[in-house]
Design a protein around this ligand. Structure first.
Ligand code: CTP
Ligand code: MG
Length: 232
C-alpha cells in the first residue's frame, strides 16, 4: 500500500541516494542493494513517509536509474525523483532545487541510513519547529579516540566526553539550508557542516542506534539482524 503524505505537513525530506556504494563492494548502487529482500532506499523512504509531519519527499537517484527508482518507489510513497550529482553535496543541492513552495522545514537524510525510524524524523523536525535553525541527531562516541601522526604513531588521546557521532536526518529552516548551499564551495560530508560555516548555531537531539549508516558489508549484516529482530 502506498503511504499518503500529509498535505498539511510542514516538512520536506531530501534523500540523497545517488552514491555508488564503493565501500560496500560490487553489486550496483548502494541505495538499490537489498536488505531483507528490499532495496535500502525503499526501507528509508517507507520510514520517512510514516512520519506525520512529512509533506514532500525528494530522492536524488543515480542519473542512469531515475526511471527505475521512480517505478520502485511508486508503490511506497509519493516522491519526486531527480538525478543526483557527482558527490553527496551536489545530490542534495539537486534535490533541494526540486522542493516546492510550502515546506519550511527541510530534512536531509541518507538512503544509506535505511532503518532510521519515523520517530527520529519527527524529533528532528520538532526541534526545528521549536525555533532551531539547524538540528542534528547525535550519539555519544563509545570508543577511545586517538589522534595519529603521519608516521602512524599516536600524537595524543582526544577527550571523548565532548565528541558526538552525527547521524541523519539533519533538519534546517529552509532559508538557512538554501543560503548554506548557495554559499558553499568545498564539498563536506554533511549539511550541518555547510551551515556551521555560515556561523549558524547547530542544535543536537538524541540520535537512534537504528539510524546507523550502512557503509561496509559488516554494516549490512548488522542491519539485517536489526531488521529481523534478532537484536533490538
Ligand atoms: N550520495 C549521493 N550522491 C553521491 C554520493 C553519495 O546521493 N554522488 C548519497 C549516498 O547514496 C548515500 C549518502 O549520500 O545515501 C551517504 O553517502 P555514502 O554512505 O558515502 O554512500 P556512497 O557514496 O554510495 O558510498 P561510497 O562512499 O562507499 O561509494
Ligand atoms: Mg560516499
Amino acid at each position: 500500500m502506498t503511504a499518503q503524505l500529509n498535505p498539511r505537513g510542514d516538512v520536506a525530506v531530501l534523500v540523497p541516494a545517488a552514491g555508488a556504494g564503493v565501500r560496500l563492494g560490487a553489486g550496483g548502487p548502494k541505495a538499490l542493494r537489498l536488505l531483507g529482500g528490499e532495496p535500502l532506499l525503499v526501507h528509508a523512504v517507507r520510514r520517512v513517509a510514516a512520519a506525520r509531519s512529512v509533506r514532500t519527499i525528494v530522492v536524488a537517484a543515480p542519473p542512469l536509474d531515475v526511471e527505475a527508482v521512480t517505478a520502485l518507489l511508486a508503490p511506497v510513497a509519493p516522491v519526486t525523483v531527480v538525478p543526483g550529482g557527482a558527490d553527496r553535496q551536489e545530490s542534495v543541492a539537486a534535490a533541494l532545487a526540486a522542493v516546492p513552495a510550502g515546506a519550511e522545514i527541510i530534512l536531509v537524510h541518507d538512503a544509506a541510513r535505511a532503518l532510521a525510524p519515523p520517530e527520529l524524523v519527527e524529533s528532528v523536525a520538532a526541534a526545528v519547529r521549536a525555533g532551531n535553525d539547524a538540528v542534528i541527531p547525535v550519539l555519544p562516541v563509545v570508543d577511545t579516540v586517538k589522534e595519529i601522526g603521519a608516521d602512524g604513531v599516536v600524537l595524543g588521546t582526544v577527550d571523548r566526553s565532548a565528541l558526538r557521532a552525527v547521524q541523519t536526518p539533519q533538519g534546517f529552516r529552509r532559508a538557512v539550508l538554501e543560503a548554506a548551499h548557495a554559499a558553499s564551495s568545498d564539498a563536506l560530508t554533511d549539511d550541518a557542516g555547510l551551515v556551521e560555516k555560515q556561523g549558524v548555531p547547530v542544535a543536537c537531539v538524541p540520535g537512534h542506534t537504528h539510524a546507523l549508516k550502512i557503509t561496509t558489508p559488516f554494516d549490512l549484516v548488522v542491519a539485517e539482524a536489526l531488521l529481523s529482530g534478532l537484536s533490538p
